[in-house]
Design a protein around this ligand. Structure first.
Ligand code: ZN
Length: 674
């Protein structure tokens, strides 16, 4: 590192010498009249603000593996057609923006930026100001700043005997019961014997070393090429488990992990590692055969605690049930009053038993705890009715309490409703014969206390709503708006992403919030000219909370929802190979809108096709209407940032989106005509 720095300073010194000799030749004085009589004193201009780094910030933690991007702008693009960052020549766009993708190494990492600055002096006499043109020249300057690159999990040397850290540990204190499984994993010296003990319950439970496994990195796998470098393959990962038997009880205990060398005899079978080195000699097992490394679990646990089980009740209307602590959604939009039976916990999460086969995680802050002894409702479902109207058809499930539910959209015309804690007694399904949307509804009981109704539709689903009125659960299926093929009279909500949070920022400092608003205003104009009724979640820079945006659309009975954004990348992904226009949807009933918009958007922007995505984004989660989020271009690419500032490009993007919506409407009409 020191050597690199010294070489770099030498380079700078040489460059400075070269530039001062070449400049000296055309030196002359120019005279500016007026300005009388101040002191004779050289003044230096523009010393500080002639380069701005937009991202990353000084000292920031940058989650990259081996390379990352850096962007910013120079004040004098005419003299800085390129700058140098860490010995790499970086092109400067004509408006001053630059973007580079550079190698980094883990730990504290320094970017050294070399650029030109206008430094000149002027001398004032009583009657004249002399600008010393000799000095009015680009002078080479440099700026450095340091970021932090996280250390990857590194292989442990064979001659150590260490447990480095737990892998996939629980998110906090655990409350478990008989029948639950405790799963453990840690990283330590490879090729040893690992065990774990549970204080007072079980000793020396065997663990096994897994085959070398890759470290996942979501940024690269979703937005990049999806590959993991070989250097990140991990060795020395040990895993184990323990199924809690009946009759044990423990309070606030810890696990103890242990790692020992293999006995010398068995080591002979493991003589070589993949590099061909003798593991036997590296382990020095004969000298250190009695050594043991131990570590306590970072979390505590209780088993069969008297505090459990109990019933909880949801406090608010948009709560979620998940598959694990902070993991994927099991079901969204659980209304206030829904009750569930809690048998254990992990950190901030209750573990609920929805049926014997369905465990689900509920955030502790989203529910209130009911006194022990109260069970959640158990209902028998006897009659189901459907009730049609002009713009929707409701399916009515009369129950004796508020049950957790899950709605699964299997395809464009099939929905499944799951009600937990409900047992069938369904002798009747009464159809509203005037309704033509529902083809057939069939019920089943796939497991104890899980009731399922499958609904087949005659047309593609437009959207739906699910809610309780008293103890009656409703699934309301929204019909497509009338005269669906035309934009006229469609209620379209446009959501210019971000506001007081500026979103991503381009190299010259142009914010995504401004770019999104610019395109959205143009989109409104074009949609209104075709007769659509447009509502905006914001039409200026005033702040709108993320979660208020879908509420605005729901309150307006939106037919369609378009959220307008412009893109950036997670740390570490190469922006030169991964950029362009992209569209995102969440529910299956939104995919056709997304596909049609993406097709026309890429034609309009002429940028590369950055893809169609299913993305779990808050503005796309509402179920009532087709909703998409559009990332028309990349803020962080100098050329695309420059385009976004122009009215011409905004008009093009808006035109592409309008065409995409029109194609979607026509396609819907065509495939649902009868
Ligand atoms: Zn955004």
């Amino acid at each position: 590192m020191k050597n690199i720095l010294r070489n770099r300073l030498l380079t700078i010194l040489i460059l400075v010498l070269i530039s001062s000799t070449t400049q000296a030749e055309d030196s002359s004085k120019i005279i500016i009249p007026d300005n009388i009589g101040v002191e004779l004193k050289p003044v230096s201009f523009f010393a500080e603000n002639d380069i701005e780094i937009i991202y990353p910030k000084d000292s920031q933690l940058v989650r990259a593996i081996d390379s990352t991007f850096i962007l910013g702008n120079v004040k004098y693009p005419n003299v800085n057609q390129y700058i140098i960052i860490n010995d790499v020549k970086v092109k400067v766009h004509e408006d001053g923006g630059f973007l580079a993708y550079l190698p980094v190494v883990s730990g504290m990492f320094t970017f050294l930026i070399e650029y030109n600055s206008f430094d000149f002096y002027y001398v004032q006499t009583r009657s004249h100001v002399y600008i010393n043109k000799e000095d009015k020249k680009p002078g080479l300057k440099f700026r450095n700043f340091t970021v932090q690159i996280p250390e990857p999990l590194t292989p442990i040397p064979y001659d150590s005997l260490v447990i480095v850290k737990e892998i996939n540990r629980p998110s906090g204190y655990l409350n478990l019961n008989s029948g639950d499984r405790i799963q453990v994993s840690f990283q330590g010296t490879p090729n040893c014997i690992a065990t774990f003990s549970i204080q007072g319950i079980a000793d020396s439970i065997a663990m096994a070393e897994t085959s070398p496994c890759p470290q996942p990195y979501w940024g690269e796998s979703v937005f990049g090429v999806g590959a993991v470098p070989d250097s990140l393959l991990l060795r020395g990962i040990y895993t184990g488990y323990y199924d809690i038997p009946l009759g044990v009880q423990a309070d606030s205990i810890q696990l103890i992990y242990m790692l020992k060398y293999r006995p010398i005899d068995s080591l002979r079978e493991h003589l070589l590692d993949s590099t061909g080195t003798s593991v036997l000699s590296m382990h020095k097992a004969d000298e250190r055969k009695d050594d043991t490394a131990t570590m306590k679990s970072s979390y505590k646990l209780s088993i069969n605690s008297n505090e459990f089980p109990f019933t909880v009740r949801f406090k608010d209307s948009v709560q979620t049930i998940r598959h694990g602590a902070r993991k994927g959604y099991f079901s969204i939009f659980q209304p206030e009053g829904v009750e569930a039976f809690v048998t254990g916990s992990e950190g901030d999460w209750y573990i609920a038993e929805l049926t014997k086969n369905h465990k689900a995680f509920i955030n502790k802050h989203s529910v209130e705890k009911l006194p022990q002894g109260i069970l959640p409702p158990h209902s028998y479902l006897t009659v189901i009715r459907t009730k049609g109207s002009d713009d929707n058809v409701k399916i009515e499930f009369p129950l004796s309490g508020k049950h957790p539910f899950k709605i699964i959209q299997e395809d464009k015309r099939t929905l499944k409703v799951q009600l937990f804690g409900v047992t069938t007694d369904t002798d009747w399904i009464r159809y509203d014969f005037s309704d033509k949307l529902i083809d057939i509804a069939t019920w089943s009981q796939p497991s104890e206390k899980l009731y399922e109704l499958k609904i087949k539709l005659t047309k593609d689903l437009w959207g739906y709503d699910s809610y309780y009125e008293g103890n009656t659960f409703y699934l309301k299926l929204n019909k497509a708006p009338s005269n669906v093929k035309k934009l006229k009279n469609k209620i379209i909500v446009i959501d210019p992403g971000h506001s007081s949070d500026k979103g991503s920022v381009g190299p010259t400092g142009y914010t995504e919030a401004e770019a999104n608003l610019g395109i959205s205003l143009e989109l409104r104009k074009q949609l209104e000219s075709k007769g659509a009724t447009v509502l905006m979640t914001r039409d200026d820079n005033s702040n709108v909370d993320l979660y208020d945006r879908p509420s605005i659309a729901k309150a307006a009975n939106a037919d369609l929802f378009i959220s307008m954004h412009n893109n950036a990348l997670p740390d570490g992904v190469n922006p030169f190979t991964h950029n362009g226009s992209s569209t995102y949807y969440y529910h299956p009933h939104s995919i056709n809108l997304a596909k049609n918009i993406q097709a026309e958007l890429t034609k309009a922007t002429k940028l590369s096709d950055y893809g169609l995505y299913h993305g779990n984004l808050a503005v796309n989660r509402p179920t009532q209407y087709p909703a998409v989020l559009i990332e028309s271009a990349f803020m962080i690419i100098p050329e695309q940032e420059a385009l976004l500032k122009t009215k011409k490009f905004r008009k093009k993007v808006a035109k592409g989106i309008v065409k995409g919506i029109e194609n979607f409407l026509k396609e819907y009409e065509k495939s649902n005509r009868k």
